[in-house]
Design a protein around this ligand. Structure first.
Ligand code: EPU
Length: 419
């Protein structure tokens, strides 16, 4: 028996939705908390499966973890640096942040290969390059990485690609390193600023987060602190796309509009009506949408995580849209599911062509990864009939209460056990 999400399409959405705390910031902030010498309170924590998995890892490390509403209180005082070879490590990609955090704190970590969505090859060679530059020795055997250093020393590290994960992992490994670390060609995503802000509140000395050169002066001690997570720009973007696709009027609240400018300007190019406020975006029905070309890029470019939801939207736009993913060239499995629902999509290497507008029909489809799930929810809302989405654990890894939020907007969505 499997629990699926079912959506009855054709109901126009209306109302307000509040975006939760950023998943991709949270999954880095939780491991970062172990670097502190006292309790760290993180507020605005989304209710998603990835947070449960990271809390389990913290408990394996004997950290004290308490949930109070959307606050997570992590007290690492009694932590023990246990080998992280448990299955839970492979449930998500972000477990790799324990590499940087534990290496930074103890000079030693043994951890299984992280998991997460399959989006094509996702190497972590740049993370390793960074740890080695700081003086660590890295060994991979029996599915586990062992990373150790007698002493971590600040270094200059140039990232061949501005990797989000490598930038954050090196930040965490370098906060206690002796001397100055400089990360060049660092990733500039807002989640990196959020992690650096938390670490600085703890007493770290990090400058330049949000630019492509980050400087870390090593410190001896970090304390506990309070930190509120930034809003989830990808959840916000998903709702903005959804609203443009099938809402009469939807206000998306708790948004930092600047974080999704690449998306909102693209949507406006398609003809969508958006009113961009200080911390909200109002989307009202537009009569006609036309196709556009999209190329994903590192921040502030168009986010790869919003490429898949946008594909569903573009099935309703007139003309041919060319969507190129330069970050994950194999991130097109959602297209096969959308084709099953009637979409006219041609898949090519690293890109797809969406021809619209086409009618979508409810069918049995599979969320092959998190954002594919989001794309299928949007398609389900647009489709004629009932869409049955399988493997919804992917969606639950990253979207906080998606069913509840959609129901409040007038969506007809429910979960059901099927054979
Ligand atoms: N890359 C390398 N070598 C490395 C690291 C990365 O070649 O050592 C390549 C990757 O293969 C990819 C590119 O660099 O082509 C960017 O990867 P990055 O390391 O920036 O991605 P990530 O840190 O693994 C995070 C998000 C992803 C998001 C990407 C890109 C988290 C936990 N994950 O992954 O989010 O797609 O950045 O913005 O923060 C999602 O939320 O659905 C998701 C997949």
């Amino acid at each position: 028996m499997e629990k699926v999400i079912k959506i009855e399409g054709g109901h126009r959405l209306a109302g307000e939705v509040k975006v939760s705390g950023s998943k991709n910031a949270t999954v880095a902030l939780i491991p970062a908390a172990v670097l502190a010498g006292g309790p760290v309170t993180i507020s605005g924590v989304p209710d998603i499966a990835d947070v449960d998995s990271l809390s389990k890892i913290l408990r394996i490390l004997n950290a004290d973890v308490r949930e109070m509403g959307d606050h997570l209180i992590i007290d690492p005082t009694s932590m023990v640096n246990t080998d992280l070879d448990a299955d839970v490590v492979t449930k998500l990609r972000a477990s790799y942040y324990f590499m940087g955090a534990l290496l930074g704190k103890y000079g030693y970590v043994r951890i299984r290969m992280p998991g997460g969505c399959y989006l094509g090859p996702r190497p972590i060679t740049l993370h390793i390059k960074g740890f080695e530059a700081l003086g660590a020795k890295v060994r991979y055997d029996k599915g586990c990485y062992t990373i150790k250093a007698d002493k971590l020393m600040g270094a200059k590290i140039f990232l061949d690609i501005p990797s989000v994960g490598a930038t954050i992992n090196i930040l965490m490994a370098a906060v206690y390193a002796e001397g100055r670390t400089i990360i060049e060609n660092a990733a500039k995503e807002p989640e990196i600023i959020d992690v650096a802000t938390l670490l600085n509140k703890m007493g770290a000395n990090i400058r330049g987060a949000g630019t492509n050169v980050i400087t870390i002066e090593g410190v001896r001690e970090l304390q506990g602190c309070f930190h509120e997570i930034i809003p989830d720009r990808i959840e916000a973007g998903t709702f903005v796309i959804m609203a443009a696709a099938c809402a009469d009027s939807m206000k998306i609240c708790n948004v930092i509009p600047k974080h999704i400018e690449a998306l909102t300007s693209k949507l406006q190019e398609t003809g969508a009506n958006l009113e961009i406020g200080v911390d909200s975006i109002l989307v009202t029905k537009s009569e006609r949408m036309h196709g556009v070309n999209i190329t994903t890029k590192p921040y502030p470019g168009y986010a790869t995580d919003l490429q898949q939801p946008m594909t569903s939207y573009l099935t309703q736009a007139t003309g041919i849209s060319e969507i190129t993913d330069t970050i994950y060239t194999e991130r097109f499995k959602h297209c096969l599911e959308l084709q099953r629902m009637g979409a006219d999509i041609e898949i090519s290497t690293g890109k797809c062509y969406v021809k619209g507008p086409t009618m979508l029909y409810g069918d049995k489809v599979t969320a092959t990864d998190l954002r594919c799930g989001a794309a299928l929810v949007i398609a389900g809302l647009l489709a004629d009939g009932v869409t049955e989405i399988h493997d919804v654990y992917h969606i639950d890894r990253g979207y906080d209460n998606i069913d509840g939020k959609l129901k409040a907007l007038g969506g007809v969505i429910w979960r059901e056990k099927v054979e």
